[in-house]
Unconditional design. Structure first.
Length: 293
């Protein structure tokens, strides 16, 4: 079977927008550098809460204006769209600010820790007549379109098992280890979870085990997603320690489909809690929905 060629959108075929940058840090540096090199999109203005950072960013990328506040940036009539690359805990706040100012907005993942907040935000953006989007860029990789074409053509049938791993030593990235605002599931695990959703759809049950730090931050996550048709997905995300596969994935799980296991902060024993389907009020599936958009 020959693989199809990816269908690539010509970046010059879409309207050139004028972008305002909220949070001109390293991630925004990559974003602006890419759009300036490869597209007709242009970043024209920025703002930062850190003294001097916006000026340095504007000088590096040739931006026309530096605003003293994010409020002034979203109110700029010379800006068509806003890119939000601040700390995760601020993503939703500034995305809402952009929508309320009548601007289209592209916000780094995750948009929110809450599924209900994310749903409310996208409904508000649609009602306001602007485009709001979470920057899940892996959906637009060439390989993603190759897979999409194979499925559309029926060449590989119905997927029955999907596995993805993301393990990396990120102990030097401080924001990942800040209570109530970090965590590798939101930063790293979101990629295999989102791709599992892309390939397999939404799960009917979620089983997870992992390890947390002394501060309560997730450091390892091992997750099995089950689907109504009997298919399964397995993903592993891990940051600070050598890779290891825990017992639940070395042999078939021994607990029932209605339970989820997670390690206690002391990592000495497992705790069991009820798992529910994504259509119910359970928090595990809602977290999955919030992370995948």
């Amino acid at each position: 079977m020959a693989l199809p060629a990816p269908r690539m959108l010509d970046p010059r075929s879409v309207p050139a927008l004028r972008w305002g940058i909220i949070g001109p840090g390293s991630i925004a540096d990559t974003f602006v550098g890419a759009i300036h090199r490869h597209t007709t999109q242009r970043a024209v203005a920025t703002a930062s809460r850190t003294a001097g950072q916006a000026d340095a960013f504007a000088k590096t990328h040739g931006l026309e204006r530096v605003h003293e506040s994010y409020e002034a940036l979203v109110a700029d009539p010379g800006v068509d769209a806003i890119y939000v690359a601040t700390h995760i805990s601020d993503h939703l706040t500034y995305a809402r600010m952009a929508v309320d100012a009548g601007k289209h907005v592209l916000v780094e993942k995750p948009l929110s820790y809450s599924a209900s907040d994310a749903e409310e935000f996208f409904a508000h953006a649609a009602a306001s007549g602007v485009l709001a989007m979470e920057a899940m860029w892996t959906r637009y990789l060439p390989v993603s379109d190759v897979y999409r074409q194979l499925v559309e053509a029926g060449d590989i049938g119905t997927p029955e098992f999907f596995q993805a791993n993301f393990a990396n030593d990120n102990r030097h990235i401080e924001r990942l280890w800040t209570p109530a605002s970090g965590g590798i599931v939101h930063d790293m695990g979101i990629y295999p979870i989102a791709f599992a959703q892309f390939v397999m759809g939404n799960p009917s049950a979620i089983h997870a085990t992992g390890r947390v730090t002394a501060e309560g931050m997730d450091a390892e996550s091992y997750v099995t997603l089950e689907y109504d048709n009997g298919s399964r997905s397995l993903y592993i995300s891990q940051a600070p320690r050598r890779f290891r596969v825990p017992p639940p994935f070395r042999r078939p799980p021994t607990w029932s489909p209605s339970t989820t296991r997670s390690l206690s902060p002391q990592a000495s024993r497992c705790q069991t809690r009820t798992s529910t389907s994504p259509g119910s009020t359970g928090q595990t599936p809602r977290l999955f929905k919030a992370m995948t958009g």
